[in-house]
Design a protein around this ligand. Structure first.
Ligand code: ZN
Length: 314
């Protein structure tokens, strides 16, 4: 009896030691990963989500260490920063946000940031001018990055943040920003040309992300869900979109890589249309990242799919 009790005790001690060893290994590994992942010699920049991350990495080049709050495969509408994110934000020299209600957590950050140490840039400020009306409700439309001409202005704003946070390297950041703005101007010209001679102008999208793009190139956006990819459309909203698609002989329904394509494909079957991707660039999937996709290549893919759906002739 005594022996059995002794054995049980030994097993518990051994199990405890195994768990402890595992925890120590995990902690050391995390610490190694962290110190490997952060280059403290470079300007620490934190962006809230993908398009801002892309613009900041190009402007910052090899003089900045840019990290992103919303991880790959997630979208920013309902994202809440983790405690690790808050530490990174606090330790950074420059924070780049979009504005327009996408970063509902920004007030909390501002309270905890030392403005003498950390500059905060709201890249969409003054550019966010449109509203979205869905199911009788109106909201601010934050999706300015999807119009290349507005993205150019965002790049200007973000560059200002770099000058402020690291004035010594101003020329370097300025040159990178100019190169990026030229690419965005080229993209704008390609959209202008590509969408200038099309049989149709109606785009049915998953959520209302393409309002600024539609305004820039004279398109008409109708969305299945509302302002956020996770918003559930009401049956009457779905019926109205289906009626619109039938009345206007819409041949393609767009879906997004980060949200479920179910609603888009159900609608497409109902109205006898096909589906195509129109990517709102709120984040890249892990697969898109692995394929080397970025803001510029995805915007090219979007243009190709728009030209197909709208039957454009070049
Ligand atoms: Zn969105």
């Amino acid at each position: 009896m005594l022996n059995l009790r002794h054995m049980k005790k030994s097993i518990i001690v051994v199990l405890f030691l195994i768990v402890l060893a595992g925890l120590v290994f995990w902690a050391v590994r995390n610490k190694q990963l962290d110190s490997k992942n952060v280059d403290h010699n470079k300007l620490q920049v934190v962006t809230s989500f993908y398009p801002l991350y892309f613009f900041a990495t190009v402007i910052g080049g090899d003089k900045a260490w840019v990290t992103n709050i919303v991880p790959a495969g997630a979208e920013p509408h309902d994202y809440e920063p983790t405690s690790g994110d808050l530490v990174r934000l606090k330790n950074s020299r420059l924070i780049v946000l979009n504005g327009g209600g996408l970063e509902t957590w920004q007030d909390n950050i501002r309270k905890n940031i030392n403005p003498e140490k950390t500059a905060i840039i709201v890249a969409g400020e003054d550019l966010i001018t449109q509203q979205i009306a869905e199911d009788g409700q109106t909201g601010i439309d934050p999706h300015v990055w999807l119009a290349p001409s507005l993205a150019e202005k965002m790049v200007d704003k973000i560059a200002q943040g770099f000058f402020q946070a690291d004035p010594t390297n101003k020329n370097y950041y300025e040159n990178n920003a100019e190169t990026l703005k030229n690419k965005l101007a080229q993209l704008d010209a390609q959209y202008e040309n590509g969408l200038s001679n099309c049989a149709k102008k109606d785009i049915i999208t998953s959520h209302s992300a393409f309002g600024y793009l539609a305004t820039a190139y004279g398109l008409n956006q109708v969305s299945i869900a509302g302002l956020s990819p996770d918003a559930e459309p009401s049956p009457s909203q779905l019926a109205a979109v289906a009626k619109f698609a039938k009345d206007n002989s819409v041949k393609y329904i767009f879906f997004e890589s980060l949200a479920s394509p179910k609603l888009a494909s159900t609608l497409a079957i109902e109205v006898g249309a096909q589906t195509l991707v129109l990517n709102p660039l709120e984040g890249l999937t892990a697969e898109e990242e692995a394929d080397g996709k970025n803001y510029l290549t995805v915007m090219q893919d979007n243009l190709t799919n728009l030209e197909t759906a709208l039957q454009c002739i070049n």
